[in-house]
Design a protein around this ligand. Structure first.
Ligand SMILES: *[C@@H]1O[C@H](CO)[C@@H](O)[C@H](O)[C@H]1NC(C)=O
Ligand SMILES: *[C@@H]1O[C@H](CO)[C@@H](O)[C@H](O)[C@H]1NC(C)=O
Ligand SMILES: *[C@@H]1O[C@H](CO)[C@@H](O)[C@H](O)[C@H]1NC(C)=O
Ligand SMILES: *[C@@H]1O[C@H](CO)[C@@H](O)[C@H](O)[C@H]1NC(C)=O
Ligand SMILES: *[C@@H]1O[C@H](CO)[C@@H](O)[C@H](O)[C@H]1NC(C)=O
Length: 175
């Protein structure tokens, strides 16, 4: 039970944790389709989508019973007609995270028939506005995510604090 050796592993862990935490905070917004109702029949996902603003780099995530439903990325025809021919992608894990990496309109439907019962969603992904993004994000984005609020202005502060922390740690441990 040594107490004299420098707890460098603890320091390293602390820094890594802080770094990861900061990375999490500044990462993009995750839009959970249907919020706590998830991806299920009988919803109007147009209402949900209208309540969110999507930017390039955001995630959209679908949570559902994987034995019953799934997610297909389709074009407008597929969305309108609930068809999956020529789908651009499909997800079946029950907890799917999909990166919205282009500024365009995306269409997702359920490929097991749920589409006919409302399981279809269309979202328009905006290009990243020039910085600062904070005011836009805070105004328009979902209020369920603190990430939105700190995305713009808070970013600099976070990195500054992180930098300070790292330099203090490096100063005391390495020199
Ligand atoms: C969902 O809500 C939108 C916006 O109010 C409306 O235009 C649309 O008809 C609704 N869709 C269904 C299937 O009720
Ligand atoms: C829209 O967002 C507000 C504020 O977060 C929330 O209270 C409301 O339930 C949302 N409506 C829908 C249809 O998601
Ligand atoms: C989609 O449905 C509409 C109307 O239901 C129909 O006119 C159209 O031909 C369909 N398109 C395809 C590609 O099946
Ligand atoms: C969507 O994809 C289908 C199948 O590849 C194709 O027949 C249809 O023309 C496409 N619709 C649009 C609007 O691009
Ligand atoms: C689902 O996607 C995989 C590749 O990710 C593809 O091989 C498969 O054919 C797709 N399934 C359907 C039904 O489109």
């Amino acid at each position: 039970m040594s107490t004299s050796s420098p707890p460098s592993n603890l320091h390293l862990t602390a820094v890594l944790c802080l770094f990861l935490h900061a990375a999490t905070i500044v990462s993009s917004t995750d839009h959970i389709v249907g919020a706590n109702k998830g991806w299920n029949p009988g919803m109007n996902y147009t209402l949900w989508a209208n309540n969110h603003t999507f930017y390039v780099g955001d995630l959209i995530s679908f949570r559902y019973q994987k034995t019953q439903y799934n997610v297909f990325q389709v074009n407008k025809t597929g969305y309108d007609n609930c068809t999956t021919e020529g789908a651009m992608g499909n997800w079946t894990s029950g907890k799917d995270f999909i990166l919205l990496n282009k500024a365009k309109r995306y269409y997702f439907i359920c490929g097991t028939g749920g589409c006919f019962n409302g399981m279809k969603i269309s979202v328009f992904v905006h290009p990243l506005p020039p910085p600062p993004r904070s005011s836009l994000a805070a105004e328009h984005s979902s209020k369920n995510s603190a990430a939105s609020a700190v995305y713009g202005g808070g970013l600099k502060v976070i990195w500054a604090v992180l930098g300070l922390f790292v330099s203090i740690w490096c100063g005391s441990s390495w020199i």
